[in-house]
Design a protein around this ligand. Sequence first.
Ligand SMILES: Nc1ncnc2c1ncn2[C@@H]1O[C@H](COP(=O)(O)OP(=O)(O)OP(=O)(O)O)[C@@H](O)[C@H]1O
Length: 233
Amino acid sequence: MSEVLLEMKGVSVKFGGLTALSDIDYSITSRSLACIIGPNGAGKSTFLNVLTGTLRPSIGSVAFRGRDIGGLALHRISRLGIARKFQIPSVFPSLSVAENMDVARWGAAREPDETDVLEMVGLSARRDVKAADLSHGEKQWLEIGMAIAASPKLLLLDEPTAGMTSQETQATAALLHRLKRHTAIIAVEHDISFVRALDTDTLVLHQGRLFRRGPFSEIEADEAVRDVYLGRR
Ligand SMILES: Nc1ncnc2c1ncn2[C@@H]1O[C@H](COP(=O)(O)OP(=O)(O)OP(=O)(O)O)[C@@H](O)[C@H]1O
């Protein structure tokens, strides 16, 4: 049975007079895949920043695997198993795909092994190619693979398909479904074609509040969501 991995209770984040996140109650189990959408300024980055320890909640609690992580430093949260991949891929361009993986795996757990990870991210046939020669999408997949090599329990992704072709975007949706066998994933994304292809548990943030949560098919059909966000896409 899946355990509750992450639980946020009444989380608010305030910057002076501005409430960036407001009274968020949210939990996920291990090996789940969720997507966060919402208009600009809705609080999506703030949400991820609270989970990595970049920001502390002004009010409320965040528990990860039963442990309160609300005030912990970034490196301690990272050691507990929360990894984040930012929008711009940061791989070592002069190293091959396999060498980049070796760097990421240095000191990491043995599972999953490198061959499995490269297969999951669709780069088995590209293992000897220099990272500089990969397409933009392949670089993103390599970086996701490097994050997985450290065996995180929760992987946070900032707009993983930004700059990808539509084919790469679709492939990324399939890739994340493969990866959730190893780690829970929360992705923030603006590209609705990707969110539709992902077809998973979707959170809509609006003005710092958790406005809706449900399967994407329900979210897409929700008129209030269309009014605040999807109608503008
Ligand atoms: N460090 C900060 N200091 C002051 N205000 C901030 C800070 N970080 C975010 N905000 C404000 O908090 C609100 C939520 O911002 P956040 O970046 O979380 O939104 P977002 O949904 O990620 O937006 P986008 O889609 O544009 O990236 C915005 O009004 C933003 O201006």
